[in-house]
Design a protein around this ligand. Structure first.
Ligand SMILES: [Fe+2]
Ligand SMILES: [Fe+2]
Length: 123
């Protein structure tokens, strides 16, 4: 597979970092440690939000596969809805491991799709 240029390789590194932060959130929920969970969640959301926004403004406009971009944008919208729901659940100390794991899986699959189909085609 062709590697993306260095301008875009940072996004692939961010995919790994987002996943690590998500795993930390899962671990705090598993431990029932809601104060650590709130902190881990804040770190995760901060990086994810900035990643999504930067892709939308800096990366997607340079991609000429409009069907792929439409799919990726609709994933981003789904993530934002899920982030809202999960944030409320964490605030109410009612978040479940399954809820967060299912979000982690969606984000992982989205990142893999970008790693395979988006970034290798970038100029
Ligand atoms: Fe994305
Ligand atoms: Fe991404």
């Amino acid at each position: 597979m062709r590697q993306p240029s260095s301008e875009f390789s940072e996004y692939l590194t961010e995919h790994q970092h987002i996943e690590q932060l998500a795993e930390e959130v899962v671990a705090t929920v598993r431990a029932g440690d809601w104060s650590q969970c709130g902190r881990a969640w804040a770190r995760f959301v901060e990086l994810l939000e900035s990643h999504l926004t930067t892709e939308e403004y800096e990366v997607f406009p340079q991609c000429n596969n409009s069907a792929l971009v439409d799919r990726l944008i609709s994933d981003h919208e789904l993530f934002r809805r899920r982030l809202e729901q999960t944030m409320r659940a964490i605030h109410e100390k009612a978040a479940t491991e399954d809820e967060i794991l299912s979000l982690v899986i969606l984000i992982r699959e989205h990142g893999e799709l970008e790693d395979e189909l988006l970034y290798p085609t970038m100029p």
